[in-house]
Ligand binder design. Structure first.
Ligand SMILES: NC(=O)c1ccc[n+]([C@@H]2O[C@H](COP(=O)([O-])OP(=O)(O)OC[C@H]3O[C@@H](n4cnc5c(N)ncnc54)[C@H](OP(=O)(O)O)[C@@H]3O)[C@@H](O)[C@H]2O)c1
Length: 356
């Protein structure tokens, strides 16, 4: 098998951090591989050019350009971190990988990135506790749509199988911590709460507590690297219908998180009081946080009984736990103050008016 890896979303928070963890390796199979990175703008090309990787400027919705990027660069492993919700992009990437497999005669791999909230009641999950080793694919199909993340998950498994592409799916929970990429370095949830709290000088929480799965960005990037290493070393890792990886290290108990955030913001004089108030309405929360109203409960009040097994079986060992996370809230605030330079675009395809 070849050693050519393509990372999408490489200017993003997660993709940029994954790319950084790949390029900073000084030994091992990833160090020996050739890495390409997809970004969307010329500024991002410039920012990533110093990394010594092949930076490709392409809009992933451009099927022909994407196909050419995969085939011309003889890509064997796509690590797709640009979007969990755009099924067209997934379809194009997997089709291109299928062509590459036919040309090379070698196994090709598609590592997708999905969203953990899909497996909570608020995300439409109907079956309570779920292990990533369970037969959850059939259940996902039974629930069906319309839900862009679930529909994309189903497409990944089915289209990859049809194209002879080996698929793996990293199910991403709430991610926190400073990103180590060259462009966007902030995640979604905690920075959004921090921005809104500073702007309005008050910390809000929802009327219902939630405790979703969470992971520090460094532990998440370690999982992506572990999966790619297993592939490069031709070691067996669950794939296809069995190839889900719940990337969960611990939980994020939202009301506790908000109280720690309020305490830390108040200590810095950034909010008027350390008392956390209840959001007057979901509409106001969606507006202040910049989240899609349709998904705000799933993003902010869900819990989900996810049980991660696959990643741990492969040797994943997260270094961050709930206590360390809660105690890091002041660093989350400093990260927003220091690094909040790039506009968030993660919801642009479902909030088209948010692009200006
Ligand atoms: N962060 C979290 O807590 C979290 C939790 C669960 C799931 N996820 C999922 O993980 C994925 C990555 O999240 P993230 O936080 O890293 O988001 P992000 O910072 O917005 O990164 C996404 C990157 O993909 C790029 N991209 C999107 N569509 C593209 C296209 N059509 N062509 C080329 N590039 C495109 C974006 O380009 P631009 O920079 O040009 O916009 C951006 O650089 C998302 O699907 C997200 O839903 C994230």
């Amino acid at each position: 098998m070849g050693q050519n890896i393509l990372v999408t979303g490489a200017a993003g928070y997660i993709g940029g951090s994954v790319l950084a963890s790949f390029v900073t390796r000084t030994s091992g199979p990833i160090n020996a591989a050739s890495i390409s990175a997809v970004v969307r703008s010329e500024d991002q090309v410039q920012a990533l050019s110093k990394l010594g990787v092949n930076v490709i400027q392409v809009d992933l919705s451009d099927e022909m350009a994407l196909n050419e990027a995969v085939v011309r660069n003889e890509i064997d492993i796509v690590v797709h971190i640009a979007s969990s919700i755009d099924s067209r992009v997934v379809s194009h990437l997997i089709t291109a990988l299928g062509q590459r497999r036919k040309a090379s005669g070698e196994e090709v791999f598609f590592i997708h990135s999905s969203v953990a909230a899909l497996f909570a009641t608020e995300g439409g999950w109907l079956y309570g506790e779920v292990k990533d080793t369970d037969q959850r694919f059939e259940k996902e199909k039974q629930i069906g749509g319309p839900h862009p993340v679930r529909e994309t998950n189903i497409l990944v498994t089915e289209h990859a199988k049809a194209q002879g592409v080996t698929s793996l799916n990293v199910v991403v929970p709430t991610v926190y911590g400073r990103g180590s990429g060259e462009w966007r370095k902030l995640s979604v949830n905690i920075p959004a709460y921090t921005r809104a709290s500073i702007k309005h000088k008050i910390v809000y929480k929802f009327d219902k507590d939630g405790s979703p799965p969470a992971v520090h960005i460094s532990d998440l990037t370690a999982l992506y690297a572990l999966l790619v290493e297993k592939i490069l070393q031709k070691e067996q890792a669950p794939s296809g219908e069995k190839g889900y990886y719940f990337a969960m290290a611990h939980r994020a108990p939202w009301w506790d998180v908000m109280q720690h955030l309020a305490d830390a913001l108040h200590a810095r004089g950034l909010v008027a009081e350390p008392k956390v108030q209840i959001w007057p309405s979901d509409e106001m929360a969606a507006e202040y946080l910049g989240f899609p109203l349709l998904y705000i409960r799933a993003m902010c009040t869900s819990t989900g009984q996810l049980v991660p097994v696959n990643a741990y079986r492969l040797g994943c060992q997260p270094k961050w736990d709930e206590k360390r996370f809660l105690e890091s809230m002041d660093d989350e605030i400093r990260a927003v103050q220091e690094l909040d330079k790039v506009k968030d675009t993660v919801f642009d395809s479902i909030l088209p008016s948010s692009r200006n």
